[in-house]
Ligand binder design. Structure first.
Ligand SMILES: [Zn+2]
Ligand SMILES: [Zn+2]
Length: 299
């Protein structure tokens, strides 16, 4: 079988005897699943804080510049409740995407005992990551920011300060979707605000001075447009990669397909959970990923 370039640069282990455990750091004494997952990367933390600040800014402008001074109470109540709910869901999705283990392979599990426990048959090989000393399951990739091998790694996103992988892809997709929705909603409200306020007296339309109102609204427009384009493209790309069951890295590297082909609907259920329900839209519902790990490759 022809090997892809990705295969050649990985350490192949066929027998436990080839391992050099002294090169690997001992595995952590405490299982990593007990501790909260958080990547200590300054750039990622800054991007995450900026994301939250931008959502709070939009919430402030929508509520205090546009809706509170509006004369129609029903219009303000419905739009205020809708925007705040979507913004809350966007931030909750962001927090879940950031603080959920994306599917990290246990660090330093490339031990003699572990390889022996896999009971390799002739023709089966396992791959060792030389950077984090772990046995890589199929479709796992090493992330240099997280310093771990991540199962079904799609990409490392600084905006959520985490990798997007097998276990947090749902939260990332929801985050892009809710940000796209609040951006669109904010743009529609700004358009209505300009239409109504151009006809009436500006001083009655906002509690802020006219120049301040215009600057705040223009910045919101700019932010909304930028995020609407960025997140809707990201959302589309993610849904496409889920449906075709091919991660961003696999598409980039044009990796040979070694995994079973499923229907698009089945692929969606693998990421969002079985069966289809309203929980698909909830950042609080964790989908069940209780599947066997495939550490072995047949060559
Ligand atoms: Zn690794
Ligand atoms: Zn990462």
């Amino acid at each position: 079988m022809k090997k892809s370039p990705a295969h050649r640069c990985r350490d192949i282990e066929r027998q436990a005897g080839y391992l050099q455990p002294e090169h690997c750091a001992p595995p952590p004494t405490r299982p990593s699943s007990d501790a909260m997952w958080f990547i200590r990367d300054c750039c990622g933390i800054a991007c995450g804080v900026i994301t939250w600040c931008l959502v709070f800014y939009a919430e402030f402008v929508v509520l205090f510049v546009m809706l509170l001074p509006a004369k129609n109470l029903l219009y303000s109540l419905i739009n205020g409740a809708l925007f705040s709910t979507l913004a809350f869901l966007a931030l909750a999705s962001h927090a879940r995407a950031m603080c959920t283990d994306p599917g990290a392979v246990p660090k330093g599990n490339a031990t003699k005992e572990f390889i022996e426990s896999l009971q390799l048959k002739p023709g089966q090989v396992v791959y060792k990551c030389p950077k984090c000393c772990s046995i890589k399951p199929d479709r796992a990739h090493h992330c240099s920011v997280c310093k771990r091998c991540i199962k079904k790694m799609d990409h490392h996103c600084p905006w959520v300060n985490n990798c997007v992988g097998e276990k947090n892809q749902k939260f990332f997709v929801l985050f892009t979707m809710y940000i796209a929705l609040i951006s669109l909603h904010a743009l529609v409200m700004v358009a209505f605000h300009f239409i109504f306020c151009f006809e009436s007296d500006w001083t009655k339309c906002s509690t802020f001075s006219p120049p301040a109102t215009v600057i705040l609204l223009i910045f919101l427009c700019f932010e909304g447009l930028l995020f609407l384009i960025f997140t809707s493209v990201m959302f589309g790309t993610q849904v496409h990669s889920i449906c075709t069951d091919e991660t961003g890295i696999e598409q980039l590297k044009k990796e040979e397909r070694r995994w079973v082909k499923r229907t698009k609907w089945m692929n969606m259920r693998v990421v969002f959970g079985h069966p289809f329900s309203i929980a698909w839209l909830s950042p609080f519902a964790t989908p069940d990923h209780g599947k066997a790990d495939y550490y072995q490759y047949v060559v």
